[in-house]
Design a protein around this ligand. Sequence first.
Ligand SMILES: Nc1ncnc2c1ncn2[C@@H]1O[C@H](COP(=O)(O)OP(=O)(O)OP(=O)(O)O)[C@@H](O)[C@H]1O
Ligand SMILES: [Mg+2]
Length: 141
Amino acid sequence: MFLGRTGLGKTHLSLSIANVAIDKGFGVIYGSSQNFFNQIQDEAFGRKQGDTLNALLDCDLLILDDFGTEFMSTYISSAIYNIINSRILRSLPTIISTNLSLSEINSQYGERIMSRILGNYVIKQFTGKDIRQIQMLKNNT
Ligand SMILES: Nc1ncnc2c1ncn2[C@@H]1O[C@H](COP(=O)(O)OP(=O)(O)OP(=O)(O)O)[C@@H](O)[C@H]1O
Ligand SMILES: [Mg+2]
């Protein structure tokens, strides 16, 4: 789990890991939490075709970016629990990145999800300065 404020390189590192996994022949799914869970909800209620939920449950490596930006509903909350819990039980790796702090995750997602994250995920706290701002200042001088 990658925690940290904006522009510290969470997505960059996730995609670097995805590249290595793909080169080794593993199936990787990457996407933003918002897009995944909109899609999953639309499919569940027949508004779109597809089986995104099962793809996220089954892939070799799942990268859930921008966790915390999804629109929350009872259905989405249970889908999040299902994905996190099922992948842990099957020992399938998952990378979650988020701008939320651990205490915000606890209050937004509840104890059952928090307990699984703390018990099973390696927590990496990103620190430093927003690289986008550093790049912008460099380009303007
Ligand atoms: N190790 C790195 N070397 C060079 N550039 C990097 C590195 N890590 C990140 N960057 C660049 O810094 C910028 C911000 O990185 P990134 O998008 O990964 O941040 P983030 O932590 O995912 O931010 P957010 O929380 O807003 O999604 C991007 O332009 C990215 O290409
Ligand atoms: Mg990012």
